[in-house]
Design a protein around this ligand. Sequence first.
Ligand code: GDP
Ligand code: GDP
Length: 438
Amino acid sequence: MLPVITLIGRPNVGKSTLFNRLTRTRDALVADFPGLTRDRQYGVGRIGPSPYIIVDTGGIGTLAEGVEALMERQVQRAVEEADHLLFLVDAKDGCTPEDMEIVERLRRLGKPLSLVVNKSDTTDPSLAVADFHQLGLGDPWAVSATQGLGVRGLIDHVFAQLPESETDENASDSDEDQGVRVAVVGRPNAGKSTLINRLLGEERLVTFDSPGTTRDSIFVPFERLGRRYTLIDTAGLRRRARVQDAIEKFSVIKTLQAIEEANVVILVIDAHEGIGEQDATLAGHVIESGRAVVVAINKWDGLDPDQRERVRDQFSRKLAFLDFAKLHRVSALHGSGVGLLLDEVDQAYANATRDLATPELTRLLESAVQEHQPPLVKGRRIKLRYAHQGGRNPPIVVIHGNQTDEVPESYRRYLINRFRKALDLLGTPLRLEFKSGS
Ligand code: GDP
Ligand code: GDP
C-alpha cells in the first residue's frame, strides 16, 4: 500500500502550497472541469521516487485552539494513519511559541517526524535553519514550496526512513497470480459492502486472509469463469454494516490506496442520494490515477421515473469528465445487474491494456490534424508528426512534433476525444504525452 505522509503546522506556513506542489498531476484534466470540487486535504504525491498519499491536516490554529484542534478527530486520525509526519515551520517568522507547543504534542505521538523549514527563499537558509534547532528535532530541512527548492530531497529523505514493507512495489509484479485487481470505492452507505458480498457470494473464493491492521484494505482473490480477480475491499468484507458504522469505517486514505493498487475501479454511487460532492471528489481521484473505471449506480431498485431522470441528469452534469466510463444501473441488494459488472470490468481492463500499433496511432493523428490543424504560435504552426504507445492502464499515446509545449488544452482534449472514439476505448481514460524535436 502507498505510504502516508501527513503535513502539520500552524496556518500560513505553506502546507497547502506544498501539498499542491507534491500532488500536481501531469495532465490538467480535473482542474478543467468546473463544478468538480477537489479534496484539498488528501492527494497522491507524484514528486519523488514512488507515489505516496499526502494529507494536509489544515487547521492547527493559534496556541489555545492548536492544542484542541490537534485532538480533533480528523486531525488525530490523519496523524494516526500517517507513516511519516512533516512538521512545517516558517523561515520568515522564525521559531514561535505555537511551534514549540505543537512539537510537544507531536513528540508524544512517537511517529517518525521531519522538521521542514518552508519559505527558505525569503532569508538566508542557514540562518533560517539555525533558529529551529532549539525545537530539538535534529537538522531541519530547508525548502521553498513556492519555488520547489529542496522538495525532492525532502521526499527522498522520507522514503529512506520508511520501513521496507511500505515501499515494496509488490503489487504490480504479480499481475498474473492475482488477475485483474478491482477496487470497489464509494462514499459511506453507497452500498459497497453489499455489492462486494453479492459479487463474492456468486463466485468462488480462492483463499482469504484477514489483514493485520484496520488501516489496510482487504485483498480478496476469487475466480469466475476461469478468470482470476483480486477484489480490493475498502468497506469491510461480509460485515453487515450498521448505518452509523458507515461513516466511521470510511477512510479516504484506504480509498486512495485501493485506487492506486487497482487495475479497474468500480465507483459505487447511491442513486437514492443522488450525486454529491463526495462522489465528484472520489471520481476526481479515480481520474487522476488513470485507472480504468466502471460506474455502478446502485440502489436502482425502488426509484420512481422522476428520480431516475434526476440521477441521469446529475451524472451528465456533475460527472461529465467520466463520459468514457460505462454507466451501470444495479441493485446490490437484489442482485440485478451485478453479474454484468464483472463483464464490464473485463472489457475496461482489456481496453486499458490493449496494444496500440504505431502505424494506426500515426494515421489517426494525421487524420485528426488534417481535419483540424493545431494553432499558430508566434507565427509558426505547431507540427505533430507521429504517435506511438507509451504505456498501458492507462493507455498513453506519445506524440512527437515541434513546439509541442505550446499545444493548448482545448487541442489536447480534441485529440484525446478523437483517439478515444476511433480506438473505441470504453472504460479507460487515455493520456497524451508530447515530445518535441526529432
Ligand atoms: P497553509 O495555511 O499552511 O496551508 O499555508 P499556505 O500554503 O496557504 O501559504 C500561506 C502563504 O505563504 C501563501 O501566501 C503562500 O503563497 C506563501 N508561501 C507558501 N510557501 C512559500 C514559500 O516557499 N516561499 C514564500 N516566499 N512564500 C510561501
Ligand atoms: P457501504 O458503506 O458503502 O459499504 O454501504 P453498505 O453496503 O453497508 O450499504 C448501506 C445501506 O444501503 C445498507 O442498509 C444496505 O442494505 C443498503 N443498500 C445497499 N445496496 C442497496 C440496493 O441496491 N438497494 C437498496 N434499496 N438498498 C441498498
